[in-house]
Design a protein around this ligand. Structure first.
Ligand code: ADP
Ligand code: MG
Length: 680
């Protein structure tokens, strides 16, 4: 493995500047290069006689040079010149004029009477056919730029495809490629070996061998992932913790202002039975927005507190943490659970006092952001960690937490509905509780799909909400206007609305490029009804409860995934008043419209998730990285679900047999130490 961890700087031709460009692509070591798979391929295997070349279809042909290359230079205004080189080539079926623009040096390498293989695209007009700037190479240097399948790599400005390809080849030549999958498993599942898979994925010898390589690498990626989960899971079940007693729960239920839903009761029941069993809990509670996950967390916190254990409740933002305190303290304090808030915006003296209280065991429930765990916060006896809507709480963090020695129970609350089949696989190291029921009396958000013709009525509707004292979210797909695509961009749209459309309304702007404190200030002002309209990007997806907001307008709704839209829509309909979500799209694509209409028709997050997963695959569908699903380089969770299932079975067998090779172990370690390996 030693070579794989070497810096790419050790390769010839890669100095500090190049290395920086590679770093932009996430490549720092030779191993990174090996796993930097092409995003696409260009098939240059088709070889035709000149007479059979088709216009606009690139192909290879073998031809002899029949004239000496002639370079012409024509002066152009401004000290520049047009330079081109003409040469005629022929085979037994015909002749072809080649023109090389600004490439005389290259073209002059063509020697009259010699035969070459060319690759280019024929273009035709009434003057006949010609070809501009074909690639070529002598016949004996087979398959360098012609007659092969060329890899096309993701690039960044300053790096060419050729440079990346060369670096990859150099890495392949230098590294010993370790086999992570045991022979019997490769045999059972018909997988090629690691070495040929990597060579084939970068320089395919045929479409079929490329496909075999891809399947092997996808399998391997899922296999290592599943092995990591199995190993983490196996570690956690060995240890036991003191069992909690749960006799006091009636006190908690009696104090609630409402009866719990069946789904809430079930989830709480599952948590309590983990507590009683005395095994460290690792449980994911999945429930749609508004399904009442906070009360489930509160029940768990109450139980731990009654057992004289401390609880850390982590929220993704400070405002959410504050909101949790405001909701939970009035419920839990009278029951003897002392609540305290620890956030970055406290003064140094306040923080010190709060930390002291935590260390002295004078606080039972500590609410804050997840800096709670990393900061110098010492608990006197931490029994339970709850991560709420925590999109960046990965397997690695979970493992680190368990390694803290205290073995706190872990409860993760997620509002990202993931199809059950997928959840069971992806959260292999977690137990999952699903809250699939909303509290009674909730009015579903009425959702409509409209196009631009509806714009003036829409504006009237927004004004009406404001007149009634209600607020509106307007979600845009981009922050700033781009050059090529014409989406509504939050910055410009907010300006337009403020200046020309709603001069009498108060319009605020919120997007991901703003600083954390700035964002929170805007959210807080909006929640305090200091604005009528909040124009935002998807940053509001995980956000504050603004029960007074009754309308959400989503601009260019077709740009979003269904689950993401559903998630956004969950920001409204939280108060008593009837709420509306208006999806604006001028897209006429039937499939797109069907997708959006499906969202109008149902408010069941799990059904929407299934639907979206089918249509788009998880990568797109959950929007960005913040979906919380792990990032796979080559595997695609929607398309490759079968391979995932096979790989998971294979990994379970390997781990159960204790048959973990050093190569597999180091691949697992690399995965667990990777920040990108993030799951809810
Ligand atoms: P989420 O699952 O999105 O975190 P919350 O926990 O914030 O949902 O709950 C949403 C709203 O529903 C809150 O105002 C909460 O008080 C209320 N709620 C929760 N459970 C019930 C219930 N069983 N009956 C009535 N209202 C409930
Ligand atoms: Mg919540």
């Amino acid at each position: 493995m030693a070579e794989n961890t070497q810096s790419i700087r050790t390769l010839p031709g890669i100095g500090p500047k190049k290395a920086q460009l590679f770093a932009k692509l996430g490549i720092e070591t030779l191993g990174d290069l090996l796993r930097f798979y092409p995003r696409d391929y260009e098939d240059r295997t088709k070889l035709l006689p000149i007479a059979s070349l088709e216009a606009d279809t690139p192909a290879c042909f073998i031809a002899s040079v029949v004239t000496n290359p002639q370079t012409h230079r024509i002066p152009k205004p401004g000290n520049r010149q047009l330079e081109y080189t003409k040469v005629v080539v022929a085979d037994h079926t015909g002749r072809l004029n080649l023109t090389f623009f600004n490439a005389s040096y290259t073209a002059q390498r063509l020697i009259r009477g010699e035969t070459y293989c060319f690759y280019g695209t024929l273009t035709g007009d009434y003057l006949g056919y010609a070809m501009a700037n074909p690639l070529f190479e002598p016949l004996d240097s087979e398959g360098n730029v012609t007659r092969r399948i060329m890899p096309i790599y993701p690039l960044t400005a300053g790096l060419t495809n050729k440079q990346v390809a060369q670096a990859v080849q150099a890495a392949i030549a230098r590294c010993r490629i370790e086999e992570t999958i045991p022979d019997e498993i490769r045999e059972a599942y018909g997988l090629c070996d690691a070495d040929s898979a990597l060579r084939e994925i970068h320089t395919p010898s045929s479409a079929q061998s490329l496909e075999e390589a891809r399947r092997r690498l996808i399998f391997e990626e899922f296999y290592v992932f599943s092995a990591a989960l199995s190993i983490v899971r196996a570690k956690r079940t060995v240890r036991t913790v003191p069992a909690y007693q749960t006799d006091d729960m009636a006190q908690f239920y009696d104090a609630l202002p409402f009866g719990l839903t069946g789904a809430q009761q079930r989830a709480i029941g599952e948590i309590l039975s983990d507590f009683r069993a005395g095994k460290p809990m690792s449980r994911l509670v999945q429930g749609d927005v508004g399904s009442g996950k906070t009360m489930v967390a509160a029940a768990a916190a109450f139980c731990a507190g009654k057992n004289h254990k401390q609880v850390a409740l982590m929220a993704p933002t400070e405002i959410l943490a504050k909101q949790h305190l405001d909701r939970l303290a009035p419920l839990l304090e009278p029951l003897g659970i002392r609540c305290i808030l620890l956030t970055g915006s406290l003064s140094a003296a306040q923080k010190k006092a709060v930390r002291q209280a935590i260390a002295d065991g004078e606080a039972d429930l500590v609410i804050g952001t997840h800096a709670l765990l990393t900061e110098a916060t010492v608990f006197s006896d931490l029994g339970l960690v709850i991560a709420d809507e925590q999109h960046r709480f990965g397997v690695a963090q979970r493992a680190a937490l368990l390694a803290k020695g205290e073995q706190p129970h872990l409860l993760i609350m997620s509002a990202t509905p993931i199809p059950r089949t997928l959840a069971l696989i992806l959260y292999g190291d977690l137990d999952v509780s699903v809250i699939d029921e909303l509290p009674p009396g909730r009015q579903p958000v009425e959702t409509f799909l409209v196009d631009e013709r509806y714009r003036s009525r829409l504006n009237g509707f927004i004004r009406k909400q404001a007149e009634e004292g209600h607020q509106t979210f307007i979600v845009c797909p981009a922050i700033e206007e781009g050059e090529t695509e014409s989406f509504k961009a939050a910055e410009q749209w907010a300006q337009t609305l403020k200046n020309s459309v709603f001069p009498n309304l108060r319009v605020a702007l919120l997007h991901g490029k703003m600083k954390g404190a700035e964002k929170e200030a805007v959210m807080e002002s909006f929640a305090a009804q200091k604005y009528d309209i909040l124009v935002a990007t998807t940053v509001i997806e995980v956000g504050v409860d603004v029960p007074n907001a009754t309308l959400m307008v989503v601009e260019n709704a077709d740009r979003f995934g269904l689950s993401q839209l559903h998630q956004l829509r969950g920001r409204i309909g939280r108060g008593g008043a009837k709420s509306y979500c208006i999806l604006v799209s001028d897209n006429r694509n039937e499939e797109t419209l069907a997708r959006l209409k499906a969202l109008c028709a149902t408010s069941d997050g799990f059904r929407i998730a299934e639907e979206d997963l089918k249509l788009r695959g998880p990568g797109d569908f959950f929007g960005s990285r913040q979906h919380g699903l792990p990032v796979f380089h080559i595997g695609n969770l929607a398309q490759d679900l079968n391979v995932l299932k096979q790989a998971q079975q294979a990994a379970a067998d390997t781990v159960a047999a204790g048959d973990i090779s050093p190569a597999l172990q180091s691949a697992v370690d690399a995965l667990l130490n990777n920040d990108n390996f993030v799951m809810n």
